[in-house]
Design a protein around this ligand. Structure first.
Ligand SMILES: CC(C)(COP(=O)(O)OP(=O)(O)OC[C@H]1O[C@@H](n2cnc3c(N)ncnc32)[C@H](O)[C@@H]1OP(=O)(O)O)[C@@H](O)C(=O)NCCC(=O)NCCS
Length: 184
């Protein structure tokens, strides 16, 4: 590709760019089923939660010193029995779609998940979001089902495609993951 980009851990100073990218997606797309833009206080709380836990990294992709994408891992559910499972999130600013940034970010998240010996990653993707479904499939995620009409946005019901990646190392040595999760 002709545009060089860098993937790196996020810093607090990246929060306005992350907020802009995500809030634009809320307003314009069904990639997220949030309907109201996040106030900065919510983003700050999210940042505090993610930076406190080495198993929930936040990454950004930048081009020419500008953040144009971000990705992170979140707890799937807070009960401690889910502690080896995370959900991924990836957003790229639309002008930078299709240039390899999403794959670079998600690959780094998978590598991080392996390094901290998580067992599985999940993604719940709007069923019409072909780009995200193919991105996840290209990195080894399998479609494990469809959650029918669990979302409602822009006046219509939405299906979620559930995708899963099992991480072989985490299966045998699930030792490094902190417990309990957020909310406990
Ligand atoms: C989905 C998204 C993260 C993909 O990131 P990206 O940087 O555009 O994708 P990449 O250039 O890294 O492409 C990686 C792979 O994804 C798939 N892909 C990406 N865009 C695609 C498209 N428009 N149609 C079909 N497949 C696509 C392809 O498999 C591609 O591999 P290939 O180029 O070898 O065919 C990005 O389009 C995005 O941010 N979309 C809006 C937000 C969103 O949907 N986030 C995910 C919520 S679950």
């Amino acid at each position: 590709m002709e545009d060089a980009f860098l993937v790196r851990p996020a810093a607090r100073g990246d929060l306005p760019a992350i907020d802009r990218i995500y809030n634009d997606a809320i307003r314009e797309t069904t990639a997220t089923w949030d309907e109201e833009p996040w106030p900065i206080a919510r983003r700050e709380a999210w940042w505090a939660e993610h930076t406190a836990d080495p198993t929930t990294p936040v990454l950004v992709a930048e081009v020419a010193d500008e953040v144009v994408g971000f990705a992170y891992l979140s707890w799937y559910r807070p009960k401690s029995g889910y502690r080896f499972t995370r959900e991924d999130t990836v957003y790229i600013d639309p002008p930078w779609h299709g240039k390899g940034l999403g794959r670079a970010l998600l690959s780094r998240l998978v590598a991080h998940a392996e390094a901290v010996e998580l067992h599985t990653l999940l993604a719940f993707i709007d069923a019409t979001n072909t780009a995200s479904i193919r991105l996840h499939a290209s990195l080894g995620f399998d479609v494990i089902g469809t959650e029918r009409e669990v979302g409602y946005k822009f006046g219509r019901w939405l299906d979620a495609t559930a995708m899963q990646l099992l991480l072989p190392r985490g299966r045998s040595r699930p030792a490094k993951v902190a417990s309990p999760g957020p909310g406990y």
